[in-house]
Design a protein around this ligand. Structure first.
Ligand code: ADP
Ligand code: ADP
Length: 233
């Protein structure tokens, strides 16, 4: 089953100088895949992620997530779709410092007005999965970078999203924390079957993916699969 289909996508940033950031991108990600997107700075990785996460719109082409086109949705429908179907993990964690770890993790559920019992049970499961049950009552400034990213991953996955999008999740971490975070993502991918699309510069992070898609000058340039290597563009 295809979780993500990107068809004939182009993105041109208009401005004083027009930048053709993405050219004719076709990309399919199937359920359960763990895909890394790699490429030099300025090659279009963030742009691609922003189109898929619906932060921005493609100039032409289509994005289908679980068969739906989020770019065709009304604003209110899109907000709900993003909150229920997508999970986001960022380089700089995006946690709220005034809240505890637990409060940060349940935030997406709070907005959905779920019953407290159900929230507690989901919180506990997420914290167990990420190995952060000991720090649930701490504030985010009291914990390490790796713990912050695991908190962010718990928050991003507590709604069981169909697609988890990660933008340089190890970008602010040392290599030990990077490994711990990537092992957490691998577990979420393997045990829960969560489909992951991860943008990274970091070869260590990429080494955990099952497929790596290389992007260069806004075009898909090559891809490799774990256990085989093939050039397919
Ligand atoms: P990467 O994530 O691989 O570093 P980006 O997607 O950020 O690449 O950028 C791709 C190209 O698009 C670059 O030339 C960049 O300068 C340009 N770009 C990205 N975002 C914008 C924007 N909001 N407005 C204008 N140009 C942009
Ligand atoms: P990364 O290298 O992690 O992709 P960047 O520093 O390239 O991050 O981009 C950070 C943000 O700035 C992104 O949201 C991107 O869309 C925006 N951006 C990048 N290049 C430009 C540009 N030339 N003009 C306007 N915004 C840009």
């Amino acid at each position: 089953m295809n979780i993500l289909e990107v068809k004939g996508m182009n993105k041109v940033y208009t401005g004083r100088v027009a930048t053709h950031a993405l050219t004719d991108i076709h990309l399919t990600i199937q359920k359960g895949e763990f895909v890394g997107i790699m490429g030099p700075s300025g090659s279009g990785k963030t742009t691609l992620l922003n189109m898929v996460s619906t932060i921005d719109r493609p100039s032409t082409g289509e994005v289908l997530i679980g068969g739906s086109n989020p770019h065709r949705m009304k604003k209110s429908e899109l907000a709900l779709f993003r909150r229920r179907q997508l999970g986001f993990v960022f380089q700089d964690f995006n946690l709220l410092d005034t809240l505890t770890v637990a409060e940060n993790i349940v935030l997406p559920l709070t907005l959905d007005r779920r019953p407290v019992k159900e929230m507690d049970s989901l919180l506990f499961q997420a914290a167990e999965r990420l190995g952060i049950t000991e720090i649930l009552n701490k504030r985010t400034y009291e914990i390490s970078g790796g713990q912050r990213q695991r908190t962010a991953i718990a928050r991003a996955t507590i709604t069981s999203p169909v697609l988890l999008l990660a933008d340089e999740p190890t970008g602010a971490l040392d290599s030990h924390s990077s490994r711990v975070v990537m092992e957490s993502l691998t577990q979420i991918n393997e045990k829960d079957g969560t489909t992951i699309m991860l943008v990274t510069h970091d070869p260590l992070a990429a080494s955990y993916c099952n497929r790596i898609v290389f992007i260069k000058d806004g075009k898909l340039a090559a891809e490799i699969h774990r256990g085989e290597s093939r050039q397919s563009f």
